[in-house]
Design a protein around this ligand. Structure first.
Ligand SMILES: NC(=O)c1ccc[n+]([C@@H]2O[C@H](COP(=O)([O-])OP(=O)(O)OC[C@H]3O[C@@H](n4cnc5c(N)ncnc54)[C@H](OP(=O)(O)O)[C@@H]3O)[C@@H](O)[C@H]2O)c1
Length: 244
């Protein structure tokens, strides 16, 4: 695997699912962790913290709602106060919207706005808060978590799909603006995973067909590590990504 020794990684939405799997794998590769979720799942985030501490990883747990500007500023500020820098940012936290998932015409406007705010504005705000110190060092890796719903227009996946398409495009624009700075930004579509979000979106789905989040972490470790220093503005499909 690729070393993340002495790297500081901030992962949003790390109380369960992919975010927790990433935090654990990053810790195993030597990273120091800032983990986050909203207060509603404080206990789950504590559990992630306990797992990381058992791996001897330095860890800071910050309860914050990344859709809220003041919370984002506090999250970034606490991370920098504790570790002095953030080398890796994974914008993983995400909102699915109402379930059962409605057609666009039936989606309440407030719900549409909340999905956009959590899945697009939050990564924008957090990246903006942390990119200055990355640029000052000429190094940093930002990874946005995307979805095939941002590429294919699946019925009932409207607000979420729109948000992931926007996130992918923000990744492309920001990558172009960062070219040559040493800071890079890429996105990863993890594919179908057996998580709370997936089960909420497809309650009658066959969970045995969905990957465990632990099986898709390798591409994230690669993108976080110095091994991918030249990679910027790319979109990866985690379940088709293999090292040969
Ligand atoms: N599962 C799949 O099949 C699949 C497929 C493609 C892409 N993805 C993407 O993979 C990423 C992880 O999803 P997952 O399946 O692991 O979902 P999950 O199990 O529902 O976990 C989502 C995490 O985000 C946190 N979160 C949600 N809203 C937040 C907010 N406003 N502020 C801070 N934290 C927040 C949640 O904790 P709280 O709710 O307690 O805050 C939780 O820790 C997402 O970006 C998702 O879109 C998933």
């Amino acid at each position: 695997m690729f070393s993340l020794r002495n790297q500081v990684a901030l992962i949003t939405g790390a109380s369960r699912g992919l975010g927790r799997a990433l935090a654990v794998e990053f810790a195993k590769q030597g990273a120091q962790l800032v983990i986050n979720s909203r207060s509603a799942s404080a206990n789950d985030l504590r559990e992630t913290e306990a797992i990381l501490r058992a791996l001897n990883a330095p860890v800071l747990r910050v309860i914050a709602d990344v859709s809220q500007r003041a919370d984002v500023e506090r999250l970034a500020g606490e991370a920098l106060a504790r570790f002095g820098r953030v080398d890796i940012l994974v914008n993983n936290a995400s909102a699915l919207g109402p379930t059962p998932m409605p057609f666009l015409a039936d989606t309440p406007i407030e719900e549409f706005e909340n999905v956009l705010r959590t899945n697009v504005t939050a990564p924008f705000m957090l990246t903006r808060a942390l990119i200055g110190q990355m640029l000052a060092r000429g190094a940093g890796s930002i990874i946005n978590v995307s979805s095939d719903a941002g590429v294919v227009g699946y019925p009932t996946w409207g607000a979420y799909g729109v948000s992931k398409a926007a996130l992918d495009h923000m990744t492309r624009v920001w990558a172009a603006e960062l070219e040559g700075t040493g800071v890079r930004i890429n996105s990863v579509d993890p594919g179908d995973m057996d998580t709370a979000m997936k089960r909420a979106s497809e309650p009658d789905g066959d969970a045995s067909q969905w990957a465990k989040p632990e099986t898709v972490t390798h591409v994230f470790v690669y993108l976080a590590s110095n091994a991918s220093n030249e990679i910027n503005g790319k979109r990866f499909l985690a379940q088709q990504f293999a090292f040969v």
